[in-house]
Design a binder for this molecule. Structure first.
Ligand SMILES: NC(=O)c1ccc[n+]([C@@H]2O[C@H](COP(=O)([O-])OP(=O)(O)OC[C@H]3O[C@@H](n4cnc5c(N)ncnc54)[C@H](OP(=O)(O)O)[C@@H]3O)[C@@H](O)[C@H]2O)c1
Length: 275
């Protein structure tokens, strides 16, 4: 199916699942804008994607998702050039082995995996509404678990890489469900997905064991990208919103991912954090 005439913004398409998704979507004819945190590397990847897909409409934007200022600049730059946005894919993500702090002094996984999509989406929301039908696609993980750690959202104590990663991905699901409620009637849908374990760079900072696990057990990123491309393009899901997908199918998730009281509380705290 063609995505001719549509504009798609993908965060973190410099490796892994995001890169394969950018390739797949560019092959469908869309204008693809992707973010990088290394301008030179981003430009090389842009050239490769143009060569591989024969689609010249591929652009790269600098964005460090661990910085609110950089996210704001990136959205401004996008809006200077584009009046419409049919698909926003919040793909970029990180797993840290040791606790790290973002440019804004926030625990890095909470900042990059959850607050960055929260802020970027908010900055682009009016343009998405103007471009409706439009879609927001958020990356979560099958590892999402627990409840929101309101007493210490940034794990000042009790940090463990996988636990904090899982927490950031739970936050994504709650936010997706609440945003879907808020966007009812606008023609903008928002869903999240678990791409499944894939051989990407994701585990590289999470210690030798995790990195090996990703490489040994993961599927190819081009396969993991199928669900992202499906969520961006499939006509049969145009009105589905607020759901969690695995392998192109809506899946029920744990009861705590439907806790809208927690979702609202998290929303208010997040809005304060990103100012
Ligand atoms: N791989 C899996 O098994 C798996 C399973 C479930 C969910 N996921 C999710 O899938 C998504 C894609 O991950 P992946 O597996 O493809 O990992 P990946 O190969 O490590 O790609 C992650 C992307 O995010 C970018 N990124 C990370 N931190 C950033 C920052 N501070 N600012 C800007 N960009 C940043 C990376 O940029 P650089 O290239 O500069 O590092 C890269 O482009 C993530 O949300 C991840 O949580 C992956």
């Amino acid at each position: 199916m063609s995505m001719d005439g549509k504009t798609v913004l993908i965060t973190g398409a410099t490796s892994g699942i995001g890169k394969e998704t950018a390739k797949g979507i560019a092959s469908l004819g869309a204008t693809v804008v992707f973010t990088t945190r290394d301008k030179e590397r981003g430009e090389k990847i842009r050239q490769t994607l143009i060569h591989e897909t024969r689609n010249p409409n591929i652009e790269v934007l600098f964005c460090d998702l661990a910085s609110f200022e950089s996210i704001r600049k990136c959205s401004e730059e996008f809006l200077q050039k584009h009046d419409t946005l049919q698909v926003l894919m919040n793909n970029a993500g990180v797993v840290d082995y040791h606790r790290r702090i973002s440019k804004d002094g926030i625990e890095n996984m909470f900042a990059v995996n959850y607050l960055a999509p929260f802020l970027l989406t908010n900055l682009l929301l009016e343009t998405l509404k103007k471009s409706a039908p439009a879609r927001i696609v958020n990356l979560t993980s099958g590892l999402h678990s627990g409840t929101i750690h309101f007493e210490d959202l940034q794990f000042n104590t009790g940090f463990s890489g996988m636990k904090v990663y899982a927490h950031s991905k739970l936050a994504i699901i709650l936010w997706t469900r609440l945003l879907a409620e808020k966007l009812k009637g606008t023609g903008v849908t928002v869903n999240c997905l678990n791409p499944g374990m894939s051989r990407t760079n994701l585990g590289r900072d999470a210690g030798w064991f995790s990195a090996k696990m990703f490489q040994l057990l993961g599927k190819a990123p081009s396969v993991a990208a199928h669900t992202l491309i499906y969520l961006a393009s499939a006509p049969e899901i145009e009105t589905i919103t607020g759901e969690y997908f695995e392998k192109n199918t809506v899946k029920k998730t744990k009861p705590e991912t439907y806790d809208m009281v927690a979702a609202r509380k998290l929303w208010d705290i997040s809005a304060n954090l990103v100012k």
